[in-house]
Design a protein around this ligand. Structure first.
Ligand SMILES: Nc1nc2c(c(=O)[nH]1)N[C@H]1C(S)=C(S)[C@@H](COP(=O)(O)O)O[C@H]1N2
Ligand SMILES: [Mo]
Length: 191
């Protein structure tokens, strides 16, 4: 049973499905990094290795996963680095308003800077205290519990700092650019 109320139009999924476009990517330990690119304050791109990420301060967040297609799974316990920690380490330039999060195979999702600063927004590397399973995004998944699931790329590889909004993978295919489940922002025609 869920402790939090369900957003409008959502129903609890009896089990937690695995849903994504395309195939599960193969993890390549030697070449993996998280890139921070676009309008950084320093003007430079950075690459963060997995060892470096694992050594960063970790927190746990219990959040719900609301798929824009209508199912919710409640009380998922994620562990990882707060996205705002990355923003503090590698700050965006003053004119940055949005961030494009991108993943293996070209999956992308656009977020407002404020969504990344939310304390529950995680670069998750554990699920229920265990390393992320491959189908859930190993080695790294962006978790944004306050938005629909498509805002959380599995197999996260980077952030691009932007001075204006752009559209990511699902936002380009008819899904809402903001994706607040409490306002039921599902489809782009509502924008
Ligand atoms: N890389 C990638 N991440 C993705 C997706 C995708 O297609 N590719 N789909 C998103 C959507 S729409 C949802 S609802 C969740 C589903 O996560 P799950 O497979 O853990 O249930 O993953 C999100 N992250
Ligand atoms: Mo979804």
């Amino acid at each position: 049973m869920t402790k939090r109320p369900l957003p409008p139009g959502q129903s609890v999924h009896p089990h937690w499905p695995v849903e994504h476009y395309g195939r599960i990517p193969t993890f390549k330990a030697h070449s993996w990094c998280l890139r921070v690119a676009g309008l950084t304050a320093s003007g430079r791109q950075v690459r963060i290795g997995l060892e470096e990420l694992v050594a960063m301060p970790h927190v746990e967040v219990v959040g719900d996963l609301h798929c824009g297609r209508g199912w919710t799974v409640s009380d998922i316990r994620w562990g990882g680095v707060q996205a705002r920690h990355i923003l503090d380490l590698h700050p965006p330039a003053d004119n940055v308003t949005h961030v494009l999060a991108w993943a293996e195979h070209g999956y992308t999702a656009v977020l407002r800077l404020a969504d990344l600063r939310h304390p529950d927004t995680l670069l998750a590397d554990t699920l229920e205290g265990e390393p992320l399973p491959p189908e859930r995004g190993f080695p790294l998944r962006l978790v944004v519990p306050h938005l629909y699931g498509y805002k959380g790329p599995k197999w996260l590889r980077g952030f691009e700092y932007l001075a204006e909004a752009t559209r990511g993978f699902w936002e380009d295919r008819g899904w809402h650019i903001l994706a607040d489940p409490w306002a039921e922002q599902r489809y782009s025609h509502q924008e």
